[in-house]
Design a protein around this ligand. Structure first.
Ligand code: ADP
Ligand code: GLC
Length: 489
């Protein structure tokens, strides 16, 4: 396809700043679009905790000492570029201390919407200053979801820059919509009249950024085909299903890919031992090393179950108390979890560790290194999600020969096939119902199959042969961008 000019907006990008999958996807997708020859500008906040160590950086001369208006306030900012490690992509970091010099990426502060409106407006105004007329403005999640509305209102006058621009809004997680009080409606200004906002929400005293992304974007995507169906239903739509149904053909699902430069056991920079599908000795060594590091005594034959996750309701942690203690009593297995999040879930994990010393280890916090290490060392990877737009860890697990145990939902359903020992087909263990019985059955099945070396070997090999690389996905985004080109003529 002809190269497109793309303005990409995201709250996080790995490895500079990441809380979850959005960071990984923003980095990989924009990098691959650049590799395909597109002209892409990626705007992301310079968060106080952005880690730019060892990265090439430079100021953008044309983007110094600027200000942008959000509501009645002016925000001063500069733009700096940093090169994404291992790529030619220079990321535009919006340096606005008034809103981003804070010790978090997200918060429930009263001005949370203002922070990301600042980013969104700054990005569009930078396009104007750089004389960069984007074919596509691609925004992600609620944080930058006002971009399509702003393009149709506040910046519509600038037909030279935005006259041919089409917008794509990608939903990574509909559970977070960024709702704020209607009393702050003036913060949408200047150039956005109150009539442009969703009237029923205003009547209920609120403004929902994600809803406006859905209503105003030229195309709405989400990160797996199954999730694209689920969010159209009352159970999966979290109040936005009717809006999504109304957009019909403009809503589609494109499964995320994996950046195999970062997530590949043959070259993973965090692993003490490398391995691939032809020789799994390194995997066994990683397991021994991790067990040793965590002071968990176990013979090599004892199965290790791993989990790396935000500790939230979405991730299915509610099912664990009814299943894990009993499983640990009845089977000789080990459990290692890395995660942080809601207090009650952290408490459960700590208690489990206390109850099963040397058999359960919970590492509370965030560690990129340990995340990779667990992926490589574990035999079984647990993702019993209540819902999962795509999920990346199950994709990583497949590549790392770590058999995923997942619930059939969203991207988990699209990427893991339940194994059938009679045919030898399938890549993991998939359970249907979100209840303790379903999870118990899945884990018991995993432990049973682990005990049959021939079956397990086949299951591991099947997973390792899967290809979820971005190369295969990027064409779907290009087709979407190109479809606009056709309709514009
Ligand atoms: P989500 O974006 O909903 O959290 P994904 O599976 O798409 O779920 O992506 C999660 C990403 O965040 C993965 O790269 C995973 O390794 C990482 N991650 C989650 N929790 C932690 C943690 N505590 N430490 C390190 N990495 C984490
Ligand atoms: C969200 C979703 C996750 C998805 C990620 C990247 O955080 O919860 O399922 O993989 O975004 O798209």
């Amino acid at each position: 396809m002809p190269p497109q000019r793309i303005c990409f907006l995201t709250a996080e990008i790995s490895p500079f700043a990441k809380t979850g999958g959005l960071g990984d996807v923003a980095a990989a997708l924009s990098r691959h679009l650049l590799q395909r020859g597109h002209d892409i500008r990626v705007f992301v906040p310079l968060h106080a905790l952005s880690d730019l160590q060892g990265c090439e950086q430079r100021p953008v001369a044309a983007l110094q000492d600027l200000s942008v208006r959000v509501g009645t306030n002016e925000y001063r900012y500069d733009v700096r570029e940093a090169r994404l490690p291992g790529s030619d992509l220079w990321v535009q970091l919006v340096d606005c201390p008034a809103v981003f010099d804070r010790p978090f990426i997200y918060s429930d502060a009263h001005d949370e919407h203002v922070r990301y409106l600042m980013l969104t407006r700054a990005a569009l105004e930078c396009c104007q200053r750089l004389d960069f007329a984007p074919d596509i403005v691609h925004c992600n999640d609620w944080h930058t979801a006002f971009a399509p509305l702003l393009l149709r209102t506040a910046y519509a006058w600038d037909t030279q820059i935005f006259g041919a621009t089409r917008s794509v809004f990608t939903i990574h997680n509909i559970g977070y919509q960024g709702v704020f009080s209607a009393s702050a409606a003036a913060d949408l200004g200047p150039g956005v009249s109150i009539e442009a906002l969703h009237q029923a929400d205003l009547g209920h005293g609120r403004i929902n950024p994600m809803r406006h992304g859905i209503l105003y974007a030229d195309a709405v995507t989400t990160v797996s085909p199954t999730y694209a169906q689920e969010i159209r239903t009352p159970e999966g739509g979290y109040g936005l299903d009717a809006d999504l149904r109304a957009r019909r053909d403009s809503v589609s699902g494109i499964l995320n890919g994996v950046d195999y430069d970062d997530w590949n056991p043959a070259i993973d920079r965090y692993l003490p031992f490398h391995y691939d599908a032809n020789d799994l000795t390194g995997k066994a060594r990683n397991k021994a090393a991790l067990l040793d590091l965590l002071r968990m005594n176990a013979a090599a034959s004892v199965p290790l179950i791993g989990m790396v996750t935000r500790l939230t309701r979405q991730k299915g942690i509610d099912l664990l108390p009814d299943v894990l203690p009993k499983l640990l009593q009845e089977h000789d297995c080990r459990f290692v979890a890395l995660g942080s999040g809601e207090a009650q879930y952290e408490r459960f994990m700590h208690e489990l560790q206390e109850r099963f010393p040397g058999r359960v280890v919970f590492y509370s916090g965030y560690s990129e290194e340990l995340a990779h290490f667990i992926e490589a060392a574990a035999d079984i990877f647990l993702m019993p999600s209540l819902y999962e737009p795509c999920g990346l860890n199950q994709l990583y697990s497949l590549k790392y020969g770590t058999v995923p145990v997942v619930r059939r939902t969203g991207g988990l359903a699209d990427s893991v096939q339940h194994f059938d020992p009679t045919t030898g087909q399938g890549t993991g263990i998939v359970f249907n119902d979100f209840d303790a019985g379903g999870l118990r059955w899945a884990l018991q099945t995993a432990l049973e199959w682990y005990g049959w070396p021939g079956v397990w070997h086949r299951l591991v090999q099947n997973g390792m042969q899967q290809d979820f690389s971005w190369d295969a996905r990027i064409g779907e985004y290009e087709a979407l961008y190109e479809a606009f080109g056709v309709s514009r003529k």
